[in-house]
Design a protein around this ligand. Structure first.
Ligand code: SF4
Length: 296
């Protein structure tokens, strides 16, 4: 195995091209090298991650409510809308929206989820992969391969920028999750390395500057619905990349830019609940009620 630091997307592209192996295989090889495990051990671990991701969707319970009482039940409401109405989105995107809501609401209601890359953004990646798997468009092996691709992208962003709302704003959480999902989807749909890079770059660019402003410091509002936007943004970015549309700014430079924007972001917009939606009249009232421990 070759030693790889996952310090840049271009490094992964070079390895993929020189060895003539897919993106996901580069990340699998890196895991084998870094953790000194066998391919079977690495694969089993990722397989467990995939099972946990499926369970986070399967175990959704519409009757549950979050700590504040303000989150929960919306995924069920959306499911009813799909069944009874004529959604504007086709079946795939409708299921993506539903899955993102289910998993993100489950997180707010303290259910088990897979942080990808964080708990706040846990709904994005499963939202794009699970509906493809459940519709039979991809099999389990392909789903697991896409998780390797996603984790490689997340690792590069963690190394060059940030994956934490507290340090880089929501662009670093939902933005990174969206980039991971965009790259994974492009890989699943047989995109090449350049297309994966373009999908990642476009998905980050579209969410650049997004602040982290959770109401009352709880990962509920606006977090849950931002998972939906992260997932749909990932699909649009993957679609554009697969159509041959390029990001004029190279992907590693986009990631560096996101890191720079995050560092310059005022402290009020980095998970302190002092700015943005958290500082609205509504946000302040939730904070006060949470302080006095009253039900909302
Ligand atoms: S608003 Fe903050 S806490 Fe919520 S998902 Fe975004 S980064 Fe995470």
């Amino acid at each position: 195995m070759t030693e790889m630091s996952l310090a840049s997307m271009s490094e992964i592209f070079d390895e993929s091209k020189s060895k003539d192996i897919p993106f996901w295989r580069v990340i699998l090889n890196t895991d084998i090298f870094e953790r000194q495990v066998t391919e079977k051990q690495s694969y089993e671990k990722m397989s467990k991650m995939w099972s946990a991701m499926l369970s986070s969707d399967d175990n959704y319970r519409p009757e549950l409510r979050s700590v504040s009482g303000l989150a929960g039940g919306d995924a069920a409401k959306y499911d009813e809308y799909i069944k009874s109405g004529d959604p504007i989105c086709g079946p795939y995107i409708s299921n993506v929206i539903k899955t993102a809501l289910r998993v993100a609401e489950s997180n707010a209601c303290m259910r088990k989820i897979v942080a990808a890359p964080t708990a706040g953004a846990c709904g994005v990646l499963p939202a794009v992969i699970i509906p493809m798997y459940r519709s039979g468009r991809i099999d389990e092996d392909e789903a697991i391969h896409s998780l390797y691709t996603a984790s490689g992208i997340g690792s590069v962003i963690a190394f060059r920028a940030s994956i934490s709302g507290a340090s880089g704003g929501c662009q670093a959480e939902i933005g990174t999750a969206s980039a991971m999902a965009a790259g994974a989807l492009t890989d699943l749909l047989h995109g090449n390395c350049e297309q994966i890079g373009n999908a990642v770059a476009m998905s980050i660019k579209n969410l650049l500057g997004l602040i982290c402003d959770p109401v009352a410091g709880l990962v509920e509002i606006p977090c849950i619905k931002r998972n939906v936007i992260g997932a749909v943004n990932a699909i649009c970015s993957a679609e554009m990349a697969l159509a041959g549309i390029e990001s004029r700014v190279p992907v590693d430079q986009v990631i560096d830019c996101m890191g720079d924007v995050g560092m310059r972001m005022p402290v009020e917009f980095r998970e302190t609940a002092l700015g943005g939606l958290a500082a609205t009249q509504f946000g302040e009232s939730v904070k006060e009620k949470m302080k006095s421990n009253r039900s909302i």
